[in-house]
Design a protein around this ligand. Sequence first.
Ligand code: FRU
Length: 436
Amino acid sequence: MFILSSVKKFLPHFHLYPHSGRLNDPNGLCYFNHRFHIFYQSNPFSTLRKKTYWGHYSTKDFVNYQFHGLAISPNTKYDRDGAYSGSAIVNKNKLYLFYTGNVKHKGNYDYVLTGRESNTMRVESTDGIHFTNKKVIFTNKDYPSNLSLHVRDPYVFKMNKNFYMVLGARTKDNHGAYLLYKSKDLTHFKLIKNYKSKDLGYMFECPSVFTLAHKKIFSFSPQGLKAEKNRFKNIYSSGYIVNRINKNNYHEWDLGYDFYAPQIFIDHKGRRILIGWAGLEGYSYSYLEEKEGWKHCLTLPRELTFKNNKIYQQPIKEITNLYQKFKKVKAYIGTNFIANFKVKKDTEVTISNSLIIKFNTNKMSTHFKCNGANRVNREYKINIHEVSIILDNSICEIYLNKGEYVFTSRIYAPHSGIKIKGSNATIGAIKSASYK
Ligand code: FRU
């Protein structure tokens, strides 16, 4: 089933990708039995979403990865059309995965108010690899009656000795919403909040809740935000809120063309780590990798810190440890590197002869030579003083001001490299990770 086709030219070297078929959201991020576990929405048989499974990687160090195949398959009447997104929680030496069992009835339905089931499901494991005891926690009848049939992506977390579950939802009158439940035993959950937003789109997907610097953070992926000058330029957005939930308090996680549905987890050292899906629904430019039998990858794991009333993101140190010697150069040919420079005057960067980015101290603009296919020019009015560009073959992550802003995009080009005009850059190669 998981056969690597012979030529896979666009595969990343230190980002996670599907062994075959499709990957979308990261799921079930956790640390269990001395390993990090990274699950993801997978369709190993096709690059289309269709029916999703949970694929599974684990690692001790984010450098050597082990691939475990499929952790959850949609094989019951409660999840037969997809084991949709969800999260992991460890309790009493067991790892529990919560996810949404997606069911779509055949017929003439709108799949919003009719024809769909979103069941909250749970599986468990003692070794972190084999999952059993599939259990239905909720069916649609159990959710409040103001909600449509779109209720999904359970995120379970522990706070002050209690467990909580947050679910993203769409109300019947098309507002983004979430449900918050409390539990003592991870089996019985009591609804404690049914929240409906006013100005944040029609659906909340993929919520995460965590504390950072003693602040409660709500991360989610709202659908239905209209594009504004400096934000919401992608078809769907992902962001976080520190205070009251409204559009003014909403910060986007990433400014790039390809980013959605991140999940955050707290590791055994207390680090808040975010991993996102470096992709989005409905874009057609990835046909080049689809020809190679795979589609999409995850972002680097990013550690979150709280500064100046905002969340900063930086690749975790296991990744920065992969950086090799830096050299002062203006151009570099290669597939794995990081380029760093300070922005004091106008600087033009060309990545893989394909994406041109102009930086100055109060603006960043982007232009894809292969324009079209959702690669329209962009301009962000933001203050910029420092830039780090990481290229891993077909995926590029740009960290501005040490992670105050991040920009993630896929780039499909015949030759990888970078040219920098205007500023002096230091460039270092990055070692590849290993995938078994
Ligand atoms: C986000 C999402 C989730 C859903 C999953 C299905 O990309 O739509 O809401 O659970 O993908 O693959």
